[in-house]
Design a binder for this molecule. Sequence first.
Ligand code: S3P
Length: 431
Amino acid sequence: MKAKKRLSNPNKGLNGELQVPGDKSISHRSIMFGSVAEGKTVIHNFLMGEDCLSTISCFRKLGVEITVTQDEVIVYGNGWDHLKEPVDILDVGNSGTTTRLIMGILAGRPFHSVLIGDSSIAKRPMKRVTEPLKKFGTVIDGRSEGNFTPLSIRGGNLKGIHYSLPVASAQVKSALILAGLQADGVTEIVEPQQTRNHTEKMILEFGGKIEKHGDTIKVQGGQVLKGTEIYVPGDISSAAFFMVAAAIVPHSKVLLKNVGLNETRIGIVEVMKKMGASIEIVEHSKAGEPIGDILVQSSELTGIEIGGDLIPSLIDEIPVIALLATQAKGKTVIRDAEELKVKETNRIDAVVKELGKLGANIQGTEDGMVIEGKTPLHGGEVHSWGDHRIGMTLAVASLLTESDVYLEDAEAVKISYPDFFEHINQLLEHE
Ligand code: S3P
């Protein structure tokens, strides 16, 4: 059993400035595009979380030279055709993004590869990617008719497809775009809802072409990409934990610097504003991935309804939004979020059970949850379920509890935020 981390309520606000680590989605994509592009790609502010390190390790096994220093990651790409058949199994660890996106690349490569991950990955649905990839002409299989890892792929000779995504998923969309870039002819992908568009933006950075008409994305096959320089903005999904902490812990004022403000990711800002949070945004760069600073101060909050097209823009923030709702007056309803059940854990069950242990009044529903606030939280023994975002949500909750919280498997935070606990302490120590 993993050690429990004792978290004591510091009884003070969080104050000062913070630079949250680089965006996880953009970090993964920068390694992948760098690996298939021609020439050197230099990546600044890369997220050294365990998930992104899994991506680096997979591409090294595919023969790509990648150097990592304190300041930058350099990927020495030699084009699509220089990826090599891996001698070893590709281990994706806990990373769904690595698993799904790499399949899109491997689908077009004329060799055999095998993907495996941890016990969480083994439960996550992959048919949503393997089925459409088969339509391109690739040979792909896995446990339960291609739905689960281990997965094996023998790629090559793809033909562009027209495909309507049954679920709103940036990972599936991106895998199909990556296959489409290598296919003969044009690939068209129809999205049921707008999801994060980092792949589309990054293709342009690497000198490629992609079009969007309404909800249809169009990509021409046979594209050659060119190595480039990427600055990874701070991850709004990591910033979210401090946005919520500053909003609910009295006497807090936190400035989060250089956070990515991509329009497909900022649902949490809209939700917090609607709930009455004091939140100011100063955008300082609009080109490519927009970047800015977010200032949050504690304030009175009111419950709201969250659903529909907003969900994909805040899907990863729902656990911490649930915590926020426990401190808002009245009822908060989260709906249309059944995708939460197939994340690193079933996040509806995990949030309801673990925040419930601390005294939250929260009920799970088929597609979300209902939270009644405002509830005082008490201490207790809780578990991250090995899920980074559940672990960080519970750690933020402990800033409000009347007695100590013991968090089992707190190490999970290293998936996306290795310095998370140090950053909390930094904001508590600020005078
Ligand atoms: C991601 C897409 C989302 C998100 C995940 C990262 C990405 O998943 O939850 O954390 O980088 O494309 P889905 O595509 O499954 O919605």
